[in-house]
Design a protein around this ligand. Structure first.
Ligand code: FO1
Length: 319
């Protein structure tokens, strides 16, 4: 354990969840704050679903499904099957029966005016999570994809429609974070960035996972002002994401799909960048960006691998 080091992590969903399980083994979980993307949040069947908040919660709460990556283990999807039988319009999105309880708990509280950050605290408490989990904002921010379908017709899609319903099959023209311009960081977010000893950008999609967090006014500036303490872990290994759709979204914002391209996504924010053994050849070019580079195993098949990765990342920018 690295003692007396306060760490703030910026996180998306699956890759972040795996990494954070290692981080809370490397430092005491009470010293970890996680600022989580809410741009993927979506209304389904009238319920508020927060996929990245829930992924991080389930991974740290020890109820994750390592194979599927999202949702809970020992999950069943009977309610969604039933909704499909009704012809419910949102039944293309697979809400598990246990997962549904989270949305049923959260949605009426939100409707009653309880901030998402407070609800997130209560959900994290229920799962015995000692790290502090913060949504990036209590305001509505929605990631939208400007795309072209197979016939070249323009589409304006919610991120989940693009990713789950249409299986990332459309050509991506642009990514927008609707509402980000007027969103305020959730209580504690700027403080957690300002007061951390070390900051970590988790191995999450730089465009649609970390991008929305940095788009909340004040957050990018806060991270940039701590640059010397910021380390990132590449979500790209061997020219492809380990999970997700970064390979389709990075080119749309002018980034090559490599560990170098992912580092470039964080121009002006990083002191260190951790890449996988397979990307060793890219290290000199990343060092040319002015970054310290660590090369290690980033494929987190088990918590011990994630723990070693977290230690390597923290040590790269510590002291
Ligand atoms: N991903 C899928 O590929 N298919 C699904 O039906 C699906 C449902 C789902 C329900 C709740 C939840 O929290 C996440 C869910 N995900 C699903 C994952 C999600 O679409 C994305 O992986 C994240 O938004 C990106 O981090």
């Amino acid at each position: 354990m690295m003692d007396a080091v306060k760490v703030t992590a910026l996180a998306g969903g699956i890759g972040a969840g795996k990494f954070l399980r290692g981080l809370v083994r490397a430092v005491p979980p009470e010293d970890v704050t996680v600022v989580i993307n809410t741009g993927d949040d979506v209304r389904m069947h009238g319920l508020h679903v927060s996929p990245d908040l829930d992924s991080v919660t389930y991974w740290l709460g020890d109820v994750f499904d390592r194979e599927r990556g999202w949702g809970r283990r020992e999950e069943t999807f009977r309610a969604t099957g039933e909704l499909r039988g009704f012809g419910a319009p949102d039944a293309w999105f697979n809400l598990g029966d246990l997962d549904l309880a989270t949305h049923l708990f959260r949605s009426p509280l939100l409707a009653a005016g309880v901030p998402l950050s407070e609800i997130t605290r209560r959900v994290a408490e229920r799962f015995g999570i000692l790290a502090l989990l913060l949504p990036m904002t209590d305001d509505a921010v929605t990631t939208r994809i400007d795309a072209l379908d197979a016939n070249g017709s323009p589409l304006d899609l919610h991120f989940q429609e693009y990713w789950v319903r249409r299986r990332a099959g459309d050509g991506v023209k642009a990514v927008r974070f609707e509402g980000a311009g007027t969103a305020r960081p959730a209580p504690g977010v700027l403080e957690a960035i300002g007061q951390a000893d070390l900051l970590v950008l988790c191995p999450s999609n730089p465009v649609v996972s970390i991008g929305p967090i940095l788009a909340v006014p004040g957050v990018r500036e806060a991270v940039a002002s701590r640059r010397e303490a910021v380390v990132g872990v590449s979500p790209i290994v061997g020219g492809a994401p380990l999970a997700g759709m970064a390979d389709r979204l990075m080119p749309a914002v002018g980034l090559e799909v490599t560990a170098l391209g992912a580092a470039r996504a964080y121009d002006g924010l990083l002191a260190g960048w951790v890449i996988d053994d397979r990307d060793r050849d890219l290290a000199p070019r990343i060092r040319d960006l002015g970054l310290r580079v660590a090369v290690t195993d980033t494929v987190m098949t088990a918590d011990v691998v994630a723990e070693a990765l977290a230690r390597t990342a923290l040590e790269l920018v510590a002291g």
